[in-house]
Design a protein around this ligand. Sequence first.
Ligand SMILES: Cc1cc2nc3c(=O)[nH]c(=O)nc-3n(C[C@H](O)[C@H](O)[C@H](O)COP(=O)(O)OP(=O)(O)OC[C@H]3O[C@@H](n4cnc5c(N)ncnc54)[C@H](O)[C@@H]3O)c2cc1C
Ligand SMILES: Cc1ncc(C[n+]2csc(CCOP(=O)(O)OP(=O)(O)O)c2C)c(N)n1
Ligand SMILES: [Mg+2]
Length: 600
Amino acid sequence: MADKTSTITAGVALVKILEAWGVDHLYGIPGGSFNSVMDALDAEKDRIHYIQVRHEEVGAMAAAADAKLTGKIGVCFGSAGPGGTHLLNGLYDAREDHVPVLALVGQFGTSGMNMDTFQEMNENPIYADVGSYNVTAVSAKTLPHVIDEAIRRAYANSAVSVVQIPVDLPWQEIEQSDWYASASSHQKPLLPQPDPSLLSDLAQQLVAAKRPVVYYGIGATGAGDELVELSQKLKIPLLSTYPAKSIVPDSYQAYLGSANRVAQKPANEALSEADTVVFIGNNYPFAEVSNAFKNTTHFLQIDIDPSKLGKRHEADIAILADAKLALKEIISQVEERQESPWWQANIANIQNWRDYLSMLENKQFGQLQAYQVLKAINDIAEDDAIFSIDVGDINLNANRHLKLTPKNRHFTSNLFATMGVSIPGAIAAKLDYPNRQVFNLAGDGGASMTMQDLVTQVQYHLPAINVIFTNQQYGFIKDEQEDTNQNDYIGVEFDDIDFSKVAEAVNMKGFRVTKIEDLAGIFEKAKEIAKDKPVLIDAVISGDRPIPVENLKLDPEKFDNDEIDTFKKRYEAQDLKLFAEFLSEFGLSSNNGENSQGGF
Ligand SMILES: Cc1cc2nc3c(=O)[nH]c(=O)nc-3n(C[C@H](O)[C@H](O)[C@H](O)COP(=O)(O)OP(=O)(O)OC[C@H]3O[C@@H](n4cnc5c(N)ncnc54)[C@H](O)[C@@H]3O)c2cc1C
Ligand SMILES: Cc1ncc(C[n+]2csc(CCOP(=O)(O)OP(=O)(O)O)c2C)c(N)n1
Ligand SMILES: [Mg+2]
């Protein structure tokens, strides 16, 4: 037997590589094919925290959430065959939102590989699409190197790495000199320096524009001050993608919101009326299908990734640059301008829309709706609260009604858009930021996909505030069927789950709220409980459709009075005005250039 002082098991070396890269926790469920790594995790348990989840998907989604929240690699694992394949939704979420995640997947020992042994198959093809690096380890000696490589590549490519590990390898001894972690050599790529002449061309076009908007995405994270400064200096309204909400405060008077369906009315309207769009740190995926820029005459783009320049629309000027650097430079090149009619009409339109949202939030009568629940959340939310958000109407409603600032964080499954992410996301957020208030906001459909892991919040003392919006339907899809299907609704309604009882079954305090007047008291109690324990509020809300801002029926030139009245009544939108009315109030005409909805 090798000398213990100069040897280490390959499994412990593997775990030490993770530690060297700053990984302090990882998620998964053991299986016979993974027990050798479990053994190593036990040996290292003072340095790395294993979080046992109740479904591997939750582990992978939580790992993706870790990476979204912290920028650090998220790590998850599953055993051979089904344990690994359960990871897939979380891994695709990470891939689509381009964050670094490492998945370790168990494999039968080398003695049984390629022999049709139990749970044994060639796993490599399963992960070929989702994994940017995807290999099966073949020897104990090279295993730590493979893990180190996987992490380095996940960071470099903002991608998913998958390593399949035959179970016998981590138990084998290797020489101490056989492994090292390259973490101390890790560096981020240098920011590209923008071409000064292109920047000054862009600044000139912006100054010359009659109807400009700055349309930014999450590439502008951290540049909120610069966005507001540019907006105020040149009197340009700001429009963002949905995930880029909170880069500038929601209360900023010239923040239009996001476009399309998970969207705000002033953003859709301004986008279709703008002549000049500065598209910055933005890869808006509905651009082509919603014909978002059909009325844009000048498209000016700034992005850090050469493969994105000119991608979503033909660009007049395309600049390879970091958003913040470029914005600073543009600000320094332009003089302060007076308010234009375009600016004034947008400000008035934004105010009219915010009055509408506020009316919904402050209703004191009628059936409970999502809007009043979101107000109750705003009322107890701390300045730096983190919101883990599921997929469904909650994206649309949280986007419109949560009042956030750059101190907050909110995140969901942006592009893969998988339901079930918000319970895992809240677990990750509480592990990463134990001293911050964390909300999980989910529809009843999304919550039922990962609700077994509410117990994980209890088991690991992760005091999140879970709010479930119970409407007994897949509301987001029901509304799509209303627009697209020829027959009745199908597959979008379901029996009630009382989530407060689910909470109690896992030793979590649960409330069920059905009335507007009970909201404030219950949310105050939940806030207190969540100072040291997780808590759940099941809000039984109406099945009302949130107003479809991509499909407004307010324009008398396109709809008859009955249609307009019915629309206003259904959405309680008596006082909502079209942007065209504000344009005309300030002496401008509308181009009637509605965008189509980018859907299916
Ligand atoms: C159910 C559901 C519905 C949705 N509907 C909508 C919707 O209606 N409207 C909507 O807007 N979104 C919607 N989304 C989100 C949508 O799917 C996309 O994920 C989102 O629009 C992409 O946002 P982004 O372009 O900001 O981010 P990304 O796709 O991540 O793009 C970021 C861009 O910034 C660049 N970048 C990164 N760093 C920098 C830097 N430092 N400087 C400059 N550039 C940089 C990148 O190269 C990239 O081009 C929805 C999500 C869900 C879950
Ligand atoms: C895993 C997964 N399955 C299906 C979908 C399609 N889908 C998107 S939203 C949605 C409904 C969400 O329902 P719920 O969570 O109840 O929220 P609601 O819209 O009712 O508020 C569905 C089925 C998806 N995005 N992800
Ligand atoms: Mg629902």
